[in-house]
Write a new protein. Structure first.
Length: 299
């Protein structure tokens, strides 16, 4: 990936034209909330990290309210490896026992979240890191995992959670001031226990309860691909059902699309799975008529 900070020089006249062309979008989206799922390459490549932080700060400065939800599977993986805690997987899901959950909380709520907060602040924003515990935001319960072949059998994957409810009041309070919330996908249960929740699912639910204008999920691929590997720029609920059934969608794309579709059906105006490898993809997606990735529609 090329270094996004080394852009070709643009003549002042062209610059003015480009800025003027963003005006209709800025007017349309002023005061609106946009939930951004930050993950994949955009989170590990320094040039892309910087471009992402700049985009978030610019959006805030033109009156849009970005809310960032981050993932961190690879970072958790490498921390557990360093500690010699390899662990066990059932149907692609990590068995999260107590000690593993401790590591998950350190890595997501400490390391990864604070790295993002630092990047945004360095770009001139005021980011505040939160987990789902803060402001009693994300109530969760243990994920019920049924056996793929025998649904009468249940697997215990430990502290992996499902969302019970999301109270967005702490997010609203922060965004009403000049702050940019950065949220780690950790929820709390009835007995104050912690749960690790898929970040796509958290981002989708937050977008719904915040009645966000847009949900954008940055990923490590150009969007949702068909069986032949071609990008599908537009997907409806009906087509998504077919793609689930014929196995075109698998792995990490499953919770992403399920969450995206839920949000689209629950009134989030536009939902996009976008290519996080493209520098400044957020500005391109929000402030130009260029589209990167796959738009998810409820019908
Ligand atoms: P992240 O959550 O960081 O965006 P994931 O690895 O969880 O990344 O999800 C994205 C991955 O989903 C892709 O890299 C790809 O391997 C996988 N995937 C499965 N089915 C598809 C599909 N039909 N189109 C695109 N990616 C898919
Ligand atoms: Mg994922």
């Amino acid at each position: 990936m090329s270094d996004s900070s080394v852009a070709a020089p643009i003549a002042p006249f062209d610059k003015a034209q480009i800025l003027a062309q963003a005006l209709p979008y800025i007017r349309k989206f002023h005061g609106k909330t946009m939930v951004i799922k930050y993950g994949g390459n955009a989170m590990t490549d320094p040039a892309l990290q910087k471009a992402f932080a700049e985009d978030v700060v610019l959006l805030k400065l033109v009156g849009i309210n970005p809310v960032v939800v981050h993932g961190g599977g690879p970072q958790i993986e490498s921390a557990l490896k360093r500690l010699g805690m390899q662990g066990q997987f059932i149907q692609g899901m990590r068995v999260t026992d107590g000690p593993t959950m401790d590591v998950v909380e350190w890595v997501l709520g400490g390391e990864v979240q604070q790295d993002i907060v630092g990047l945004i602040n360095q770009a001139g924003g005021k980011a505040v890191g939160l987990t789902g515990r803060d402001g009693a935001m994300i109530r969760a319960r243990k994920l019920k995992m049924l056996d793929n072949n025998d649904p009468s059998k249940e697997h215990d994957v430990g502290q992996v959670g499902d969302i019970v409810s999301v109270d967005p009041s702490v997010v609203k309070a922060l965004q009403d001031d000049a702050f940019i919330p950065v949220i780690s996908p950790i929820g709390f249960g009835e007995h104050n226990e912690s749960y690790n929740i898929n970040a796509d699912v958290v981002a989708a639910k937050l977008a719904t309860v915040l009645q966000a204008e847009k949900l954008m999920m940055l990923t490590n691929i150009s969007g949702v691909l068909d069986k032949a590997g071609q990008l599908m720029t537009d997907l409806t609920a009906k087509r998504i059902d077919e793609l689930f059934v014929d196995g075109t969608i698998s792995g990490g794309m499953l919770p992403k699309i399920a969450g995206a579709l839920d949000a689209a059906k629950s009134g989030v105006n536009s939902v996009h799975i976008i290519d996080g490898r493209v520098p400044h993809v957020l500005l391109l997606e929000i402030l130009t008529d260029q589209a990167f990735g796959t738009m998810i529609r409820s019908h």
